[in-house]
Design a binder for this molecule. Structure first.
Ligand code: NI
Length: 177
């Protein structure tokens, strides 16, 4: 297993709508394992395949993130679809692909999600609060939607200016003395 590099905004890959997985093959199972390890290492509570440059409808989530494997509550989901939603909730969300950025998002308070698990079996998840928010955030990624899309134009511009400055500093040539 290896950790996968996480791509960051404004990489256009993050704006792409991902394709459904036709069959949960060994390759998809390997992707699910590597995505889980990458999420725990980041550390994050959710990760979607486009964030690791794979344009497939695959996500991993663990909102009770624990260092010890025994305390983990990992969801590895293929082709997740929200089939029911109710209520509304506001949550301040971050994203591994948009470092040092957060946005207050309006979400459904409860969702029911249908998906395939890593063995290819159909499962149904009834989620609320943080798990519901996280499912909506990760499924948005599969449709090329990011939390920064909901920010004001000014906030987005300030963020882009900040990361440009950062890149500039990192790539600044060494002074020859
Ligand atoms: Ni994200």
């Amino acid at each position: 297993m290896s950790l996968l590099p996480i791509i960051t905004y404004p990489n256009p890959v993050l704006k792409t709508v991902c394709k459904p997985v036709e069959k949960v093959t060994k390759e998809i199972q390997k992707l699910l394992e590597e995505m889980a390890e990458t999420m725990y290492a980041a550390p994050g509570i959710g990760l979607a395949a486009p964030q690791v440059n794979v344009l497939k409808r695959v996500i991993v989530i663990d909102t009770v993130w624990k260092q010890e494997e025994s305390g983990r509550q990992l969801y590895q989901l293929v082709n997740p679809v929200i089939v029911e939603r109710s209520g509304s909730i506001e949550w301040e969300e971050g994203c591994l692909s948009i470092p040092e950025f957060s946005q207050i998002m309006k979400r459904s308070q409860k969702v029911t999600v249908k998906a395939l698990d890593k063995s290819g079996k159909e499962i149904v998840i009834d989620a609320e609060e943080l798990l519901a928010v996280c499912l909506q955030h990760e499924i948005d990624h599969l449709d090329g939607k990011l939390i920064i899309d909901k920010a004001s134009r000014l906030k987005r511009k300030l963020y882009l200016d900040k990361i440009k400055k950062h890149q500039h500093m990192e790539h600044h040539p060494q002074a020859i003395l």
